[in-house]
Ligand binder design. Structure first.
Ligand code: TYD
Ligand code: MG
Length: 451
């Protein structure tokens, strides 16, 4: 680089850099995020520090001793608890329950004897204390800092021998070193950096709360996710009291785990038996016409789901098709396959499809259960209540294999299902404690279902 390197302007949100200051970032579309960056001084050859290399086998790899939050689902999603010196970021829509979850976790850790600092830039200490007492987690070792100055808040870490701190939220507090209002990209980045550095130097775990925008992105700079060790998302459907916790990035564990909570009067309660959520358990051998079971995968977690279809004679020239839980286009495509390949006429019926419990399935493995449920509704013939259907259905009416069949079969067996209908091309599934029937085509699968 030449001596007269120009000043560059860097977007605080996405890192795009340019030589002219502009109002709107041409890369990420955010406004007012550019800041001037002085070119870094070039070190002379002689002063350049030599690269420090280490022998990989000589590096100490004792796993860090983790701090358990006391909430089993949270600890599992974190990969086995909180890591001292590590920072996790939990993102979610306003009102989903982030503050509730972390106050519960903080309270439980504090009641175990470890001092916990809860920094809230959003609520007053009276509000947080009231919530803590309602959740039954108010304890002597749970310390609150309600205010907007993060540096001031973090100065309590060493004085009070804090063993875990929570920052609620990165958008609501201010880093004094940086100009701008709380919540602007530069501020959010500075706040997160301050919190991450404080956690690392104090050797305590930190959890930061981040709000997300309407399109599901964490509000603030995109760099935010790179600054922390773990990124969790907390989500839920508007009408349901269930909440899902997932890791989208985890330097200390895998990202396959799913944690499920139910929001109750007394706070968030872990749901251990997840499949029960989406399955109206019927003990009888048969169920109502139009009901078929399947096992969907949510990340790595198998969930039993009940596909329900209702067919009613239509009074309209264009029959109605509605679908909740499976994409409408997919449902319409499967209706056409059923009509063409299995000869079951759908034309004169309004068709309504629903996945019980509000589960939304993207996985094509639910195709077969959808088709069988449709056929059962149209023929008004009930299916066996203890049988599940696992397969993708192609346009030729063929039944195709699904991913991780063994995991799904084990889950079905665990919840008391007796039989599974799968693709004839499936290799495994022999010894999973459930009778497995194979079908190459939709017609064969319908025959096995007694339709
Ligand atoms: P909150 O944790 O404040 O959400 P976030 O921090 O993600 O914005 O939770 C908000 C909602 O949770 C609120 O609308 C009320 C509900 N809630 C309960 O149903 N039970 C409870 O015990 C608590 C504390 C909250
Ligand atoms: Mg909150």
């Amino acid at each position: 680089m030449g001596k007269e390197d120009p000043i560059r302007y860097v977007c605080g949100s996405c890192g795009f850099s340019t030589v002219t200051r502009t109002g709107k970032c041409p890369s990420c579309g955010q406004w007012g995020t550019f800041e001037a960056m002085q070119p870094a001084p070039v070190l002379s050859e002689t002063r350049r520090p030599g690269p420090r290399v280490e022998v990989v086998s000589a590096v100490s790899v004792t796993p860090p001793k983790r701090l358990l939050s006391g909430i089993s689902e949270l600890d599992r999603v974190l990969g086995g608890g909180l890591v001292p010196g590590g920072a996790a970021l939990i993102g979610g829509q306003p009102g989903i329950g982030k503050s509730t979850l972390l106050l519960q976790a903080g309270g439980l850790v504090a009641s175990g004897g470890t001092p916990v600092l809860y920094v809230s830039g959003e609520e007053s200490s009276a509000q947080v204390a009231l919530r803590a007492s309602r959740l039954g987690v108010a304890s002597e070792k749970l310390l609150l800092y309600c205010g907007g100055d993060l540096e001031d808040a973090l100065s309590n870490l060493s004085d009070r021998k804090i063993g875990f701190f929570i920052l609620d939220s990165v958008q609501a507090v201010k880093a004094p070193s940086e100009a701008g209002w709380p919540g602007t990209p530069n501020q959010v980045r500075a706040v997160a950096q301050l919190a991450v550095d404080a956690a690392r130097s104090a050797g305590v775990p930190a959890v930061l709360v981040g709000h997300i925008t309407k399109d599901g992105r964490l509000a603030g700079p995109m760099l935010l996710e790179h600054m922390v060790d773990t990124v969790l998302t907390f989500s839920g459907e508007g009408y349901s009291s269930y909440r899902m916790l997932r890791a989208v990035k985890n330097r200390y564990g895998n990202t396959d785990e799913l944690g499920v909570f139910e929001m109750k009067e007394t706070g968030l309660v872990a749901v251990e038996d997840k499949s029960g959520l989406y399955w109206n358990r019927t003990d009888g051998a048969t169920s109502a016409p139009g009901v078929a079971m399947t096992v969907a995968l949510e990340g790595a977690t198998p969930l039993i789901a009940e596909v329900q279809t209702l067919a009613s004679l239509t009074a309209f020239p264009y029959p109605k098709r509605t679908s909740r839980g499976i994409e409408l286009n997919r449902f319409q495509l499967l209706t056409a396959v059923l009509e063409k390949r299995a000869g079951i006429a759908c034309g004169g019926y309004d068709l309504y499809l629903n996945i019980a419990g509000g589960l939304s399935i993207q996985d094509p493995s639910a195709d077969l259960a959808t088709c069988v449920s449709l056929a059962s509704a149209l023929r008004d013939a009930p299916l066996r209540g203890d049988c599940c259907y696992l397969g993708e259905v192609g346009l030729a009416g063929e039944v195709r294999p699904v991913s991780r069949l063994a995991v799904r079969l084990r889950e079905a067996a665990r919840l008391g299902l007796k039989r599974a209908v799968v693709s004839g091309r499936e290799r495994d599934g022999k010894d999973e404690g459930i009778e497995v029937k194979r079908a190459d085509s939709l017609i064969e699968a319908l025959k096995l279902g007694g339709i």
